[in-house]
Design a protein around this ligand. Structure first.
Ligand code: SF4
Length: 323
């Protein structure tokens, strides 16, 4: 099956200024990532803040040019699409509905903005489209005349979803879509996203630090650490048989009292490493309870069994770990 979205060995390197007379150092935010997002499926991309998830989202949305590698939309190189084509195919939903909606504009103006920017369809139909999409996301039509400050957090996120869907995109990049919301509202938004996916045949990339959110929705899960995908499998397999020590630590964190705090209780011992100065060998080795001698010397290669990929020396063929 052709993937709706795909990255092939994509890297993104930023030069970070180190201060007066110190020059700059490269920060490899995304490091050789190949990821397929099949049509109609939900792929979860999980990891801590700073692991490269949001840079991946920017690359897929065409907002950030990768340093190397290729992005494919429905099998065609991203280079053959302009910004408008990409916006019609892929739309984002961001974490914070407070800052992603212009407070000075009415909900009608916010939701219809993509139609006006991209001049989609007959302007005489735009009102109807706005009201149809408000119906679809479960908002009363009267909110069209309201302003963001008059709505609750959950209602604002529904507005953000309406704005993303009014272009009828094929793919939606959901970047932490519930982490700024009250716990009581989070499941309503996740259920809405799930219903919309089925009704409209959408494809989602669901970016989250929280495996519990991803477990609720994803067909497939990729776990990212310091710019690399370190484990990838279908969701059932990953939750039943996690292999990479980092995935196991993330799963442990799901049971913390307040998942919105990020990954506060992973028992990883040390803080997230500085991505400008990543550890040698396996970049997870300073935090890994299963670390072996080889881990600080040699970068693990991806090992795939069936369609379960793990990048860890524990799963390498025996001859590959001999030093
Ligand atoms: Fe831990 Fe070594 Fe596997 Fe890295 S390669 S996750 S340090 S066991």
């Amino acid at each position: 099956m052709t993937a709706a979205l795909e990255t092939v060995d994509v890297s993104c390197v930023f030069q970070v200024n180190q201060g007066f007379m110190k020059g700059s150092k490269p920060l490899r935010a995304v490091n050789g990532v190949s990821l397929k997002i099949p049509k109609g499926q939900v792929v979860g991309l999980v990891g801590e803040s700073g692991c490269g998830k949001s840079t991946m989202a920017s690359i897929l949305l065409g907002l950030q040019e990768p340093t190397s590698g290729e992005v494919l939309y429905s099998g065609e190189s991203a280079g053959s699409f302009d910004g408008k084509d990409i916006a019609r195919r892929i739309q984002p939903i961001f974490q914070d509905p407070y800052s992603s909606l212009n407070p000075t504009k009415s909900i009608h103006s916010i939701v219809s903005l993509p139609l006006r920017i991209h001049n989609v369809g007959d302007p005489a139909d735009w009102d109807r489209k706005v009201y149809d999409i408000l119906d679809l996301v479960g908002l009363p039509r009267r909110v069209a005349q309201s302003y963001p400050s008059q709505l609750s957090g959950g209602q604002r996120q529904r507005v953000a979803i309406a704005r993303a869907l009014i272009m009828r995109p094929e793919v939606v990049i959901c970047d932490e879509p519930t982490s700024a919301l009250d716990v009581s509202v989070q499941s309503q938004i996740l259920n809405l996203l799930q219903d919309l996916r089925q009704e409209l045949g959408l494809t989602y990339l669901l970016i989250s630090h929280n495996l519990a959110v991803v477990e609720h929705m994803a067909d497939r899960v990729a776990v990212m650490y310091l710019g690399r995908i370190v484990e990838e499998a279908d969701a059932d397999t990953l939750f039943r048989d996690p292999r990479h020590p980092y995935t196991k630590a993330l799963l442990g964190s799901v049971l913390t009292p307040d998942p919105s705090l990020g990954v506060p209780d992973t028992h990883l011992g040390t803080v997230f490493p500085n991505p400008i100065d990543p550890p040698l060998g396996c970049s997870f080795h300073p935090r890994c309870s299963a670390c072996m001698d080889i881990c600080s010397a040699q970068t693990p290669m991806p090992v795939t069994e069936g369609d379960h990929m793990t990048e860890c020396h524990l799963y390498a063929p025996q001859e590959a770990v001999a030093v």
